[in-house]
Ligand binder design. Structure first.
Ligand code: FAD
Ligand code: NAG
Ligand code: NAG
Ligand code: NAG
Length: 450
């Protein structure tokens, strides 16, 4: 640590001392972040132990692999809701896309490969086989089969908008080189985004403007409460990351990114947030449970022998598939899973209608991400809403998720695109990292004197 950053850190820590009154600093952020969570059978401590010791290390290893680090995204979609003129000029907002040479060759052709493996299933089991694996990529038959596949892959399951990855506007981004962290994006532009998201999410009913956003959760049906908590959990996660990787110091030679404890307190301390901070942290755990449950449920899909994490390096690809399956088995063994059948239950017709509303709402939220001016925030915002949308698709799809599609089953089986897979795991990686970071903040806060 340079002398200057040390002094700054010391200063920022002392400024916090003077503002603390009753209760220890750690207690005031974490007082309610303990015990059982509402609307589910799980407690915070079980998640902490499970995540920090088991899931987090394995997941980090998986996400550093070529298959998961390269994310194809269109950051140039225009905002569909208003004209945004303020192109964010903040230098920490910049995203550096990959040059063509940086992306593994195998990956560039992999969306095609994934399609091909699906086609083989469809044609073998549904359409009635006419295709073998060694057809040429450009043949009419392949194109026809692709069309067929696209037809089966209908929109109805989806909770979110996906970018057209074949568009020339879409580019690969190396997520490891463009980490989510403090960017300085704030003020009216950032608020407008959060405002629109909550407005959507609260179904225009229970939003209290003024001091902030607040959904009146009492009296809401369990589904609406759940959706508010997912968004709030995502919001909390983003704000934990920017506090954990804050730009503490910068000079000609280096930038120092690390924990800014007072930034964290401003966002999560009970007294500084009118009691809201700790609830937001609880919502983060709720989001964690939802995504974890989706991973457990999707296991059979990845157990298919024909599924590969294809990057063109067979040894590495097999190793990573093994790691992926280990992780998913681990997720499955979690003892206190969220019970998604509790949502959209009851009167069938009403439940279907509610589910449709949620899909529209969530799709709209994913489109709002194209209005985020700060590109770094847009990148991670898109990735995380796509990841959450994929988790919801997994949890609430009407289709069977099976290891071996059944020949006599005429329903097309469940499908995921590479973009959905990469966003699902990276989004969960972000939430898992947030839970891990809370442990760090807890000890940093306990080390503060009263
Ligand atoms: C999609 C998106 C991605 C972003 N990514 C980044 C990033 O990578 N790096 C970065 O530095 N900044 C990022 N930001 C900006 C960041 O989230 C904040 O908006 C910014 O730091 C300003 O914070 P704020 O204190 O004004 O409150 P904001 O976080 O903007 O929140 C506005 C209001 O919402 C309420 N609120 C806050 N948290 C919650 C919650 N968890 N649940 C419910 N209500 C809540 C509060 O009343 C608060 O006043 C992003 C913003 C958006 C919209
Ligand atoms: C989608 O969100 C925008 C921006 O907040 C809003 O103007 C629009 O009415 C929403 N549309 C739907 C269908 O919810
Ligand atoms: C930490 O965050 C606080 C609150 O936003 C800010 O005032 C302070 O300057 C930050 N500290 C450093 C070292 O940047
Ligand atoms: C396939 O589905 C049919 C009807 O749903 C069922 O009877 C049969 O046992 C299934 N076969 C396998 C191998 O799962």
């Amino acid at each position: 640590m340079t002398m200057k950053s040390f002094i700054l850190l010391a200063l920022s820590l002392t400024s916090v001392h003077t503002t603390t009154a009753a209760g220890s600093a750690a207690h005031r952020c974490f007082c309610q972040v303990t015990g059982t969570l509402d609307d589910c059978a799980c407690d915070v401590e079980t998640i902490d132990r499970f995540n920090n010791k088991e899931i987090f290390p394995k997941l980090q290893k998986l996400l550093s692999s070529d298959y998961f680090r390269f994310y194809k995204v269109n950051l140039n979609n225009p905002c569909p809701f208003w004209t945004d003129h303020s192109q964010c000029g903040l230098k920490y907002c910049a995203v550096k896309p990959c040059t063509p040479g940086e992306v593994p060759e195998g990956l560039k052709s992999s969306s095609y490969k994934v399609l091909l493996s699906h086609i083989v299933y469809i044609t073998r089991f549904v359409v009635g086989g006419f295709l073998s694996l060694n057809v040429s990529p450009c043949s009419d038959e392949t194109r026809q089969a692709l069309q067929e596949w696209k037809k089966h892959d209908d929109e109805s399951d989806r909770f979110c908008m996906l970018d057209d990855v074949d568009s020339p506007e879409s580019q690969y981004v190396d997520l490891l080189l463009n980490p989510e962290r403090f960017t300085g994006y704030k003020g009216p532009e950032a608020w407008r985004i959060w405002n629109s998201i909550y407005e959507e999410n609260c179904f225009n009913l229970f939003l209290i403007k003024g001091q902030g956003f607040y959904c009146w959760l009492e009296g809401l049906c369990v589904e609406k409460r759940a959706f508010f908590r997912l968004i709030s959990g995502l919001h909390a996660s983003i704000n934990i990351h920017l506090s954990a990787r804050y730009l503490l110091d910068e000079n000609w030679f280096e930038m120092k990114w690390s924990h800014n404890v007072s930034e964290f307190q401003l966002r999560f301390d009970k007294e500084l947030t009118e009691g809201e901070g700790p609830k937001r942290l609880r919502n983060l755990y709720f989001l964690y449970l939802i995504e974890l449950r989706a991973l457990a449920k999707i296991l059979p899909y990845f157990e298919r022998p024909a599924f590969h994490l294809y990057t063109g390096q067979p040894t590495e690809d097999n190793e990573k598939k093994k790691l992926l399956l280990e992780l998913l088995h681990m997720a499955k063994l979690f003892p206190l899973h969220f019970d998604e059948t509790a949502l959209f239950a009851g009167n069938k017709k009403e439940a279907m209608k509610l589910k449709e509303d949620f899909k529209l709402t969530f799709k709209n939220i994913s489109r709002i991400m194209d209005c985020v001016e700060c590109f770094k925030c847009r990148l991670w915002g898109k990735l995380q809403t796509q990841g959450l949308g994929t988790a919801l698709k997994i949890l609430f799809s009407e289709r069977q998720i099976e290891a071996m599609p059944n020949a006599s089953n005429t329903n097309p089986s469940f499908q995921l695109s590479r973009q959905e897979i990469v966003s699902l795991f990276n989004a969960f990686g972000r939430i898992s990292t947030s839970v891990r970071e809370l442990d760090n903040f807890r000890s940093l806060l306990s080390n503060l004197k009263q």
